[in-house]
Ligand binder design. Sequence first.
Ligand code: UFG
Length: 345
Amino acid sequence: MKTERILVTGGTGYIGSHTVVELQQAGYPVVIIDNLSNSDSAVLDGIERITGIRPDFVEADCTDIEALKALFAKYPDIKGIINFAASKAVGESMEKPILYYRNNLNTLMNLLELMAPNHVKGIVFSSSCTVYGEPDVNPVTEQSPIKKATSPYGNTKQISEEIITDVINAGAPFKSIILRYFNPVGAHPSAEIGELPNGVPQNLIPYLTQAAMGIRKELSVFGNDYNTPDGSCIRDYINVVDLAKAHVIAVERMLQDKSEDKIEIFNLGTGNGVSVLELINAFEHATGVKVPHKIVGRRAGDIEKVWANPEHANNVLGWKAESDIEDTMRSAWAWQCRLRERGIM
Ligand code: UFG
């Protein structure tokens, strides 16, 4: 077991839980802080079943600085932070902007403020390809222009990147790695943990697997009149376990001072653009299960096409998305089947 503990905020959430598994398997002691606003403490059981270790867990809100201070006092061995704690629904952010700004930005500022006094060496921040908006050119590199955010959610990601940059440039005694995720999908191959959307899913894969299970009548494909080969939108779907592994590499890079740079930004994607219709086909081919679907009108605010140039992460981080899209679709389906077995969905 390593001695440097990692604080994972939002660690019972979708990407957070997969990252806790990878951290523990790499030998890091972990403490999770999560307010369970969009997750369930049963996720801790899934993590324990996979790794044999139950991560320490504090149920609290990261906007509560006193709770964070108490956590750092209890765990003086925290040397790295991975910050997943954030609200993430684009549509909800349009209706409740203050919730998004308060939750996402206060969480980040509290953590940044407490890092130096607690001798934390680095923070990994979950950003998003949403910062590139509708790109003029694909694939996008880290140098591609940042476009004006089209939702409060997206704006919190842009502002967060700026806050981190300003704090580091002001001489903060720690490092940061900003990871811009493309579209995380799939579940742990054990089907012990996965994505657990609250209510009607807004994202493609949970909706798709629920439609395949018969929980939803059919998947609506939002538009087939885009300027893409089959008319549906194109994204870069990245396996959540691959994504989780990048966080372990990133946090280790800061703990071990592998880079001269105090702040680094990486795109995390596969480099392949896949359309909605192609993804449905990949799911059906991989699982043998049909996805009832129909074409409907475009969804307001959707990006037509975006996919990553992941070379910077490949070459500098030494990380590459390994998973095959059909394996990823099988993992998403196995997770949906597990939820059914457990009577959850
Ligand atoms: N889609 C459908 N039907 C659905 C849901 C989605 O056709 O029921 C389509 C969308 O139109 C889009 C694609 O599937 O073309 C992916 O949609 P998601 O909602 O799964 O993902 P987005 O790319 O729209 O959004 C994701 C994250 C956001 C983030 C954004 C950009 O969910 O948090 O990527 O980073 F802001």
